[in-house]
Design a protein around this ligand. Structure first.
Ligand SMILES: [Zn+2]
Length: 212
């Protein structure tokens, strides 16, 4: 799980730990490419979670939340250089232009909600408390921007509950990611998949340890 990127050599600094230095990122992607890491499709991941298929031990899915410009300007060229796939979870009301402005053979666009990346009635992610129909409309709006292949969701702020999961199911989203730390394993709830957070300043060795 990544969010934003910055370039230290260009004099940029990171406002917080959600920023990855771009040369560190390139080392990471180079490592994955050179060590033949496999990027499963979403259908393959679903089958793996359901226990229908196995996956290579070296399997990984790169996800980048929000759809910030720094991802497209700095990180996508790196991914293209190594021909390595990544998923962009876009907040489509903030960044409706992403698929058209930044088409890339290595980027898969999925939803981080249309306009639910904000506090709801209880101060937590809006999907927890927004009324059912509005939530469905929001999810459809994302799909109309990102295309019919948009069927994977990333919970804003990682907030979810049973109702949110049901709404996603009803609106034909097949899997959803939290911000809880961990590896995806067979038998997990497909609407509550964990991830591994990548933070600023991580060494290549620490990165390798995290993905093992
Ligand atoms: Zn987010």
């Amino acid at each position: 799980m990544y969010h934003f990127f910055y370039d230290e050599q260009a004099g940029e600094t990171a406002p917080d730990n959600n920023y990855m230095e771009i040369h560190d990122f390139e080392e990471q992607i180079k490592y994955l490419a050179e060590n033949n890491y496999y990027v499963p499709s979403w259908d393959e991941l679903a089958d793996f979670v359901n226990g229908k298929i196995g996956l290579p031990e070296k399997s990984i899915i790169i996800t980048v939340d929000d759809g910030d410009e720094s991802f497209f300007k700095l990180a996508v060229p790196v991914l293209e250089k190594y021909n390595f796939y990544a998923t962009s979870f876009v907040i489509t009301s903030w960044y409706p232009d992403r698929p058209e402005k930044y088409p890339s053979p290595v980027i898969d666009y999925q939803s981080h909600s249309n306009d639910m990346h904000k506090g709801g009635a209880d101060g937590k992610g809006a999907i927890l408390t927004i009324d059912y129909n509005s939530a469905c409309e929001d999810l459809k709006a994302s799909r109309s921007i990102l295309g019919e292949n948009c069927k994977i969701f990333c919970y804003p702020f990682g907030h979810y509950n049973d109702r949110a999961k049901q709404i996603l199911k009803d609106c034909n989203y097949t899997m959803a990611f939290t911000v809880e730390g961990g590896y995806v394993t067979p038998g997990m709830d497909p609407y509550q998949l964990p991830r591994v957070r990548m933070s600023k300043g991580i060494s290549l060795n620490a990165f390798i340890t995290k993905i093992k």
